[in-house]
Design a protein around this ligand. Structure first.
Ligand code: DP6
Length: 356
């Protein structure tokens, strides 16, 4: 299998100690990943925008190991505070990737992380967190193997991030990113994300205003949600729809077709939530204000022809998407009509990260 290429042979360099840092940005899916098999293999490909303001910054310090009583020696700090309750997640990640990063067993790792967004904002941080961790580990691996190519570095960073959290493998790149094999995109892979090429300039200017409708803990986690796609009565139709959406979105992105973009992205968001509502057991993550906001967005679009649309992640929050050229028209509408629907009137103004 192709994973073999990510298992290192002997490294050319010896490394005593290292300190690396990486900032990885969150992403919002346009075509959604929902359902997986084996070791983090998606049931359908997905495409996302990487954002500019919502990020995780991680610093890893690596030193010779002093304690051999457990599989790994790791200390983890979040916002400068020791956070032992995060350790099991990191240990699970290290266990999954240890064949690909063999030095994990031989060193002591001190990991310090922080997010640009509040922990309680109801924004999924696993994508940016796992991407930051994966890229840091690749920065260390590059010290062991300085000859490694840029392409290998990026593919393997995304490959490792995927093993931490599926959507994280799209957060190792900026811009528009595809994860999952699709016949319409050469080089696409279930194992790692790749940047989408041939994307119209307008999409590099896209704004994502996140309406924090509900900042609380979700009643059903994404992990559980993915599991409920196994044996779901509409799963096969959904996976097929997502594949068709990838092909359609590829051409929409190339042409700069805003009408096509809005229709496809909203259909994806509602299809994702339809899967939740038809799972066994069924559940609902939208809140009354999610629907109220959607109706206002549709009303504004119909009455002003402004190209704004929404998408949803696996929660109640809304991501409002529109080109930068319309910012001055749309912000007053957000402030007046949508902010009052948000918990603590909180919104986050983010945008696509177009620069690497
Ligand atoms: C609805 O990537 O959080 O945001 O692989 O189990 O960590 P795991 O799941 P995760 O699922 C993301 C689901 C989604 C859609 C998407 O980002 O594509």
């Amino acid at each position: 299998m192709l994973v073999e290429k990510f298992i290192p042979k002997a490294y050319s360099e010896r490394v005593e100690a290292a300190k690396v840092r990486h900032r990885a940005y969150s992403n919002i899916a346009l075509v959604k990943y929902w359902g997986k098999r084996d070791e983090q293999i998606p049931m359908n490909p997905s495409i996302s925008f990487t954002l500019s303001h919502s990020y995780t910054e991680t610093v890893i310090e690596m030193a010779p190991r002093t304690d051999f009583t457990s599989s790994f020696q790791i200390d983890f700090f979040f916002d400068e505070e020791p956070k032992d309750n995060f350790l099991p997640k990191i240990e699970t990640f290290f266990t999954r990737i240890r064949n690909y990063i063999p030095f994990l067993r031989d060193y002591y790792f001190v990991i310090r992380s922080s997010n640009s967004f509040p922990h309680s904002a109801g924004i999924a941080s696993s994508a940016s967190a796992m991407a930051a961790l994966a890229v840091c580990l690749m920065k260390i691996e590059k010290l062991f193997d300085p000859e490694m190519t840029e392409q290998f570095f990026h593919e393997k960073a995304s490959f490792l991030a995927r093993l931490g959290s599926g959507s994280a493998c799209r957060s190792t790149y900026s811009g528009v990113v595809l994860w999952g094999e699709h016949s319409a995109v050469m080089g696409s892979s279930d194992l790692y994300g790749i940047p989408m090429e041939d994307v119209h300039e307008v999409f590099n200017t896209y704004q994502d205003t996140i309406l924090l409708i509900d900042k609380g803990q979700k009643p059903v986690s994404s992990t559980k949600g993915h599991q409920l796609m196994i044996g779901h009565p509409y799963a096969e139709a959904r996976f097929l729809q997502a594949r068709e959406h990838i092909a359609a979105l590829k051409s929409i992105l190339k042409k700069g077709d805003l009408e096509g973009f809005m229709a496809l992205v909203e259909s994806e968001a509602l299809a994702l939530h339809a899967m939740m509502m038809t799972s066994d057991p069924y559940y609902l993550l939208m809140r009354p204000n999610t629907i109220a906001a959607i109706e206002k967005i549709w009303y504004l679009r119909a009455s002003t022809q402004k190209p704004l649309c929404f998408t949803l992640d696996a929660g109640a929050n809304i991501h409002l998407l529109y080109p930068k050229a319309y910012k001055a028209d749309i912000i007053p509408f957000i402030e007046r009509e949508l902010k009052p629907l948000c918990q603590d009137q909180e919104v986050i103004y983010d945008e696509v990260k177009s620069e690497p």
